[in-house]
Design a protein around this ligand. Structure first.
Ligand code: F6R
Length: 248
């Protein structure tokens, strides 16, 4: 992995958005779909802001873009303001010309009987499109990417997972209390993410400094699932000064 350190997450996010825009345009010239893996949470918000700006001001076209979101709480209704479905529409999809049928977000309302097959189908759909051209990631304080909590297997695929206590603590404020945070989620796997041709992980702020150090400098272990990115040949960690402050 390479790390790039910026003074501000704003400046960094603009460059990441530019890279995504370049891939979208290259794929458009080839007349091929551009398959993007997307994250929610606070980390990617400024990247989405910049992509929206590029669509509105520079005419960046999303009609060849197909997206797969990493995760969704389970159970979770699409209409719930805390759903990742709402998050993505609010921050990106409502403001660009992506085709609704090209948006894929794990369905937080799939029945428990259908869940297993649903996850296999999600995985197959990514494969069928030729895999992820670009995967955008944040990182949780447990070392999760997507919702691949400690213990996740390096070859894991899309599946349901039980959220770590710390992950639920970190989500508590947006759910107005930990008791309202779902206990489970559907997430793309470590294997799904590692099959992406290009991965960019965003880390901002002092609260991420410890886990960023473990991820980049620690031994590769399922205890910190993000360490599996050390073995991916085309991953960049884009950090601000604070998130990189514990690196040696
Ligand atoms: C969300 C996701 C998670 C977040 C992580 C960091 O789709 O995949 O792994 O990226 O929990 O969240 P923030 O960015 O809010 O600190």
């Amino acid at each position: 992995i390479h790390n790039v350190i910026f003074h501000s997450s704003q400046e960094a996010s603009v460059l990441v958005a530019q890279e995504i825009a370049n891939i979208i345009q290259r794929k458009e010239e080839l007349n091929e779909p551009c398959v993007l893996g997307l994250a929610t949470g606070s980390s990617p918000i400024k990247v989405y802001e910049e992509l929206v700006r590029m669509h509105k001001e520079d005419g960046l076209n999303f009609t060849n873009v197909v997206t797969f979101n990493l995760d969704e709480y389970y159970p979770m209704d699409k209409d719930n303001i805390q759903s990742y479905y709402q998050f993505m529409h609010e921050h990106l999809f409502n403001h660009v010309n992506i085709l609704p049928e090209n948006i894929n977000i794990p369905d937080g309302k799939v029945s428990s009987e259908d869940l297993h097959q649903y996850c296999i189908d999600y995985e197959m759909k990514i494969k069928y499109l030729g895999g992820l051209d670009f995967q955008l990631l944040g990182i949780g304080r447990t070392g999760h990417i997507g919702f691949n909590e400690p213990g996740s297997h390096i070859n894991s695929g899309t599946r349901s997972i039980t959220l770590d206590h710390l992950t639920r603590v970190d989500a508590a404020s947006s759910f107005l209390g930990i008791d309202n945070v779902p206990r489970k989620a559907i997430t793309m796997g470590i294997g799904t993410v590692r099959n992406a041709k290009r991965i960019v992980l965003l880390g901002w702020g002092i609260s991420k400094a410890g886990i960023i150090k473990k991820t980049i400098e620690g031994e590769i272990s399922s205890r910190v699932p993000a360490t599996y990115l050390q073995e991916h040949s085309n991953t960049t960690f884009v950090l601000d000064t604070e998130a990189s402050s514990e690196l040696t």
